[in-house]
Design a protein around this ligand. Structure first.
Ligand SMILES: NC(=O)c1ccc[n+]([C@@H]2O[C@H](COP(=O)([O-])OP(=O)(O)OC[C@H]3O[C@@H](n4cnc5c(N)ncnc54)[C@H](O)[C@@H]3O)[C@@H](O)[C@H]2O)c1
Length: 325
């Protein structure tokens, strides 16, 4: 199939492309404005076009010229704190950009649309959350993602595509191939931050909030290895294709780790890191992890990399690699 991957030069997108190109029948087109993506993450077996999803004309032209049948849409901004401060940027980039992409599907051969959403659309939940839970976004980033979900659903019957909406939990780690990992530092991801600190003489980690009503007062999250998440995209695409049914799925392992627990695992693996406690970040949820029942039932998929120590270690190794070449 001819597959367009927006945001394919980014962290998660590049891992998806790494798995898609293994099937020689697939032709992959990466569309990315390189705002937080990197040329070094662009797969050589894919075609790369530098472009912005805010450019609807270019999107339309590409979808038609390359006879695209599948869209895997990851392009977007993802910093929760930034989204609270700069709503306009998130509205334009995440919502208007995605709207352009959906509208560009009209009268084309697009049959399947996979969208990267987030567990933060659920808002203030406590503990395990299933897809049945009504979305109630509490920060602007999550709000834009939820609006995109609604849009993709709304146009699905009109433009005759099936969709898979994937609500990622916290993505971490790096590919076993050693070729891919997270490069962008601005997203404020805990595991990436620890990996950065692993190269410092006096490592420090900031913990935002230690008075949440959780097991140790720090936020609890469900960490999924990026290669497992990438694989879920392939499985979801096969599902919507074979069953001819759209799906909405949580993507997590169903296990919650607190920030302190992650830091303690890191300490055992690497070095003693000084903890600096900071105020809570606006928009952060206390505790969320995935209920995996629907996921297990529909995809019948087993994770390969669900070992938190290995996840953290792979991020550390990747950090060392990109800082020594
Ligand atoms: N990393 C996580 O933990 C996580 C969790 C939930 C959801 N997500 C979603 O997954 C997607 C990918 O995130 P990531 O972690 O790989 O981050 P990333 O920053 O590495 O990837 C985003 C990519 O989109 C590109 N991009 C941004 N705006 C664009 C635009 N207007 N036009 C074209 N390209 C544009 C960037 O250059 C980058 O390559 C995002 O949509 C994000 O919201 C990520």
């Amino acid at each position: 199939m001819n597959i367009l991957v927006t945001g394919g030069a980014g962290y998660i997108g590049s891992h998806i492309v790494e798995q898609l190109v293994k099937n020689k029948k697939n032709k992959i087109l990466i569309y990315d404005n390189l705002s937080t993506g990197r040329k070094m993450l662009v797969n050589k077996k894919a075609k790369f076009i530098k472009g912005d999803i805010k450019n609807i004309k270019l999107l339309k032209k590409i979808i038609i010229n390359f006879n695209i049948q599948v869209i895997i849409h990851l392009a977007g901004c993802l910093n929760i704190s930034e989204s609270e401060k700069n709503k306009k940027k998130y509205y334009k980039n995440n919502f208007i950009g995605s709207k352009n992409l959906v509208l560009a599907c009209e009268k084309t051969n697009i049959k399947y649309f996979i969208f990267s959403s987030t567990c933060s659309v659920y808002g203030n939940v406590k503990g395990s959350v299933s897809e049945k839970k009504r979305a109630n976004p509490k920060n602007y980033y999550a709000f834009t993602k939820y609006k995109c979900e609604e849009l993709i659903k709304k146009y699905s019957s009109r433009f005759k595509y099936k969709y898979a909406i994937l609500r990622y939990f916290n993505v971490a780690g790096a590919s076993n191939s050693g070729k891919l990992g997270e490069v962008e530092k601005s997203h404020g991801h805990l595991v990436k931050n620890l990996a950065i600190q692993s190269l410092r003489k006096n490592p420090i980690v900031k913990i935002y909030g230690d008075n949440y009503k959780t097991k140790d007062g720090t936020c609890v999250r469900d960490y999924i290895h990026v290669s497992d998440l990438a694989n879920i995209h392939i499985k979801s695409l096969n599902y919507v294709k074979n069953k001819k049914k759209s799906i909405l799925l949580n993507c997590g392992y169903g296990v919650g780790y607190s920030v302190k627990e992650i830091v303690n695992i890191y300490k055992k693996l690497k070095n003693n890191v000084r903890i600096q406690f900071k105020k809570r970040r606006p928009g952060d949820i206390a505790e969320v992890y995935s209920n995996t029942n629907k996921f297990n039932k529909l995809l019948k998929w087993k994770p390969k990399h669900n070992d938190i120590k290995k996840i953290i270690n792979s991020a550390i190794n990747w950090e060392r690699k990109i800082n020594t070449v």
